[in-house]
Design a protein around this ligand. Sequence first.
Ligand code: UDP
Ligand code: MG
Length: 320
Amino acid sequence: MNTLNLSIIIPLFNEDESLSELTDWITKVMNRESYTYEIIFVNDGSTDDSWKVIEELHSKNNNVKAISFRRNQGKSAGLNQGFVAASGNVVITMDADLQDSPEEIPGLYRMITKDGYDLVSGWKQKRYDPLSKTIPTKLFNAATRRISKIQLNDFNCGLKAYRLEVVQNIEVYGEMHRYIPFLAKNKGFVKIGEKVVQHQARKYGVTKFGLDRFINGFLDLATLAVIGKFGRRPMHFFGAAGTLMFVLSAFLLAYLGGYKLWAMSAGETVRLITDNPIFYILLALNVIGVQLFGVGFIAELLLKESNKKHDYTIDKKLGL
Ligand code: UDP
Ligand code: MG
């Protein structure tokens, strides 16, 4: 069979000035290394001339392929659609803005094919971005390392390489493109490597992400941490939290009741249980406990009905 060596996926949103320069550069590297390849542009609802440029590039070079969204859907959607379309043995993702260098592709390719990595993430050790971005990024990477237990320095680097099987098994949605190594790890692709890559300042156009990237990023991290662990067994999460609430409220109830009985037997004048503030804490804990149980139960019901009950990836088979 005649599979391609490489699929190069490039999500883009209003990058018309960069596209032909980028394509020329990639083509040069591909020809020099004699790779068979496809470039898949995913036009994420650009409102400039990006699509026109892509049509021209395609008419000159049939290794250039493209998909266009009707409206802007975000980088994650772009990557995901590229992953669906990719057929090369090794899949590369890179940004369209010329910040990532195509010269890195051969090195990444060899790390997948020769060194047996599932995923190799670029590391922009020396970055050419404003401080307002590099400092929060350090924090973001430290938190992600801690929670995902993947030792990468630069999770969100746009330049990455994958074994085809990896991209066929992960789904990038929302803004989860920042955490693809974490998504891959949750699917059992644990051989994750890193390669220091050249980074350049943006040559044309402007960045498409504002400071809200960090807020959204941390929320997504929390989601992933919980989903990776409890996504297939939500009751274990909600049920445990609900039980904790119940146990606490039972203790408080025993204390209130016990105290009242003791005080009565000692002949003291005692106030009503409902006059004690602890009663209301108890009540709240009880209600929250029921709610948590209910949420866990609904989550289990949804899971039972969904076609994603079984989310495992098969690695090898014998005699089957
Ligand atoms: N991008 C996209 N859809 C979006 C936002 C960005 O396809 O909604 C693309 C963008 O065109 C670029 C890549 O994602 O190719 C990275 O974006 P950008 O360079 O703006 O991010 P930064 O380098 O500033 O992190
Ligand atoms: Mg960029």
